[in-house]
Design a protein around this ligand. Sequence first.
Ligand SMILES: O=C(O)c1ccccc1NCC(=O)[C@H](O)[C@H](O)COP(=O)(O)O
Length: 202
Amino acid sequence: MAAALDAGADMVGLMFFPKSPRHVSLSQACRLADMARGRAEIVAVTVNMDLDGLSRINELVKPDTFQFHGEEAPEALAAAKVMQGTKVMKAISISDRSDLEQAHYYAVVADRLLFDAKPPKGSELPGGNGVSYDWTILKDLDLKKPFMLSGGLDPENVAEAIRLSGVSEVDVSSGVEREKGVKDSGLIRAFLAAAKGVKVPG
Ligand SMILES: O=C(O)c1ccccc1NCC(=O)[C@H](O)[C@H](O)COP(=O)(O)O
């Protein structure tokens, strides 16, 4: 967290999915959120979580945004937005251009979308798998809402991903880890330097 904040991350994510190697307890999340508050947008990442679970995170951790990384319907995002009073972001799994169609439904209610790579067959994780897709399919996408690119990004390829997709926001997890679930400060700094160094066309 300190490395991400010091290197100028605009958003930081806290993982609330027990099967993930990045899962944090509520007390760890509170401590990390307190470090980030006022310096970066705090994003609570959830997967098909019920309203009670969201409320508990909201009361204790006070995230700015909930990221929905499961099969949540647009109506579930709308309910969370009203009941929690936070921003909502929907992750959409992408393997090819046809997967972009659902984005238009979510864009009505979501404050932001995240186009993440579809997980490999058999993966227990809907995100954080370090796999990517054809970044060029995001070029010229017009949603009237901000959107981010993720999936298999790292300090070496992020500049190319930004150039090819034309996006101005990116998200990373395993590409800044020295081993699964263990973040590396040097890789975080390198990623942010590479991402922030690119001039986005248009
Ligand atoms: O990272 C996880 O373990 C995870 C588990 C369950 C749902 C979402 C998860 N990650 C969410 C993210 O937004 C990741 O940053 C995104 O999938 C990119 O991951 P990576 O390809 O490893 O950079």
